[in-house]
Design a protein around this ligand. Structure first.
Ligand SMILES: [Zn+2]
Length: 310
């Protein structure tokens, strides 16, 4: 199986609504980073009566661009994929402006005390996107719920835990389209970082998307993908291959996450070794679940834990 091929960098225009399909417009926020690619893509779906997906980060320019894009429209619902700070914070403002309800799986759970040894981060290294713990949806959606508030634009909730436990993709039936948030990104693999991120759930959720037969995936970051099954299958294989690499390192006697990262990420800049460690941690949790790896000295697999083959 070939590695996933990421699409070439696309040109983006910040601050304007671009028509992407008959029903879909996109406004990109100017918050480019190593987690957000060119920025957060906020989607506006429908005409006249509209649904907004992931209003985005708290940035004045993005709020103004969204306000301009929505002039003359009636916002009927605000769908949120998950509560990272590049996705959900402007939902509160948009709700206030429009009276439209926010709809999402639920708030982002806080890590249980003691489960995340470097929360908050202990230095300036950006490990992952920060979390918008303040977001609480007006309507908590469950997998399969149908949101039918705009004529000609019917959404179905597709719960896809893994990147976060509350991650929801939103399917638009009329265009056989799936808004994938950060579950499937168009330009890179996503972050799966315990304790809220979960590799087993993530791979299961990828399998679910691969089997849905959507014509097009609309990620929050990066270009649309029209090769959903092939692309998502390659993403799954990429993760499983990395997991086999982690298992091989444990079997070769490397018992801590930094030791494993040093070998597996030897060709990656040292500043990325911390986020890589979170990813190795997620794989170790998954290997423990499968009975292939054991751990010592704690009641659950930890970032600073000691691992051994089973
Ligand atoms: Zn995210």
């Amino acid at each position: 199986m070939a590695a996933p091929t990421f699409l070439p960098l696309d040109d983006v225009r910040y601050g304007t609504a671009e028509q992407m399909s008959p029903l879909i417009r996109r406004v990109i926020a100017e918050n480019p980073s190593k987690f957000t690619y060119r920025g957060t893509g906020t989607y506006v779906v429908g005409h006249g009566d509209v649904v907004v997906i992931d209003p985005g980060p708290r940035l004045d320019a993005h709020r103004e661009a969204l306000e301009a894009a929505l002039e003359g429209e009636r916002v009927r619902a605000i769908l949120v994929t998950h509560c990272h700070s590049d996705h959900s914070p402007l939902a509160a403002w948009l709700r206030e402006q429009t009276g439209a309800p926010t709809i999402a799986f639920g708030p982002h759970p806080r890590p249980a005390p003691g489960t995340d040894p470097i929360e908050p981060p202990d230095d300036d290294v950006e490990i992952e996107e920060s979390t918008d713990y303040d977001f609480r949806p007006d309507v908590a959606a469950a997998d399969g719920d149908v949101i039918d508030v705009v004529p000609g634009a019917t959404f179905t909730a597709v719960h896809t835990p893994g990147h976060t436990s509350n991650h929801m993709c939103w399917a638009l039936g009329e265009e056989s389209a799936l808004f994938t948030g950060d579950h499937v990104m168009g330009w890179s693999t996503t972050v799966v970082s315990p304790p809220d991120g979960d590799m087993a759930a993530y791979i299961d959720s990828l399998r679910r998307v691969a089997g849905r037969n959507d014509t097009v995936l609309w990620p929050t970051h990066g270009p649309p993908r029209r090769d959903a099954e092939t692309y998502v299958t390659a993403l799954i294989e990429h993760r499983l291959e990395r997991e086999r690499g982690v298992l091989a390192q444990v079997r070769a006697g490397r018992s801590t996450i930094p030791e494993i990262v040093e070998v597996l990420y030897a060709d990656v800049r040292a500043e990325l070794h911390k986020p890589a460690g979170r990813s190795v941690w997620a794989h170790l949790e998954h290997l423990v679940d499968q009975g292939l790896v054991g751990f010592d000295g704690a009641d659950r697999p930890m970032l600073d834990g000691t691992y051994r083959p089973c």
